[in-house]
Design a protein around this ligand. Structure first.
Ligand SMILES: [Zn+2]
Length: 117
């Protein structure tokens, strides 16, 4: 089973290239950051455990300084790595892309409601 990248506008899968894929962190605070940066509204209500099991991001979304290549076959992220590189603009111009879920901007109130759950 190839791994797909969970980022909007990214169609990479692990079978296509030697690009590294990283699981979502189990740590709830850090996992939350990843979801926020992805802007995937459909991931917001998933638990860190579900995200960790089923979703991955490819190395394209991380600054190179956050990635350590420990060997030609093994790439790891730094403990506090957060994905920051996303192609969000072209997604808005292309409503028929692979990710059909709308990316919605959360207002401050909505974020507070989510955190209270
Ligand atoms: Zn990707």
């Amino acid at each position: 089973m190839p791994n797909f990248c969970a980022a909007p506008n990214c169609t990479r899968k692990s079978s296509q290239s030697d690009l590294a894929f990283f699981r979502f962190p189990r740590d709830p605070a850090r996992c939350r950051k990843w979801v926020e940066n992805c802007r995937r509204a459909d991931l917001e209500d998933k638990t860190p455990d579900q995200l960790n099991k089923h979703y991955r991001l490819c190395a394209k979304h991380f600054e190179t300084s956050m990635i350590c290549r420990t060997s030609p076959y093994r790439t790891v992220l730094r403990d506090n790595a957060i994905p920051t590189i996303f192609d969000l603009t072209s997604h808005l111009n292309n409503p028929h892309s692979r990710h059909r879920k709308q990316i919605k901007e959360l207002s401050g109130d909505e974020i507070r409601t989510l955190k209270q759950k």
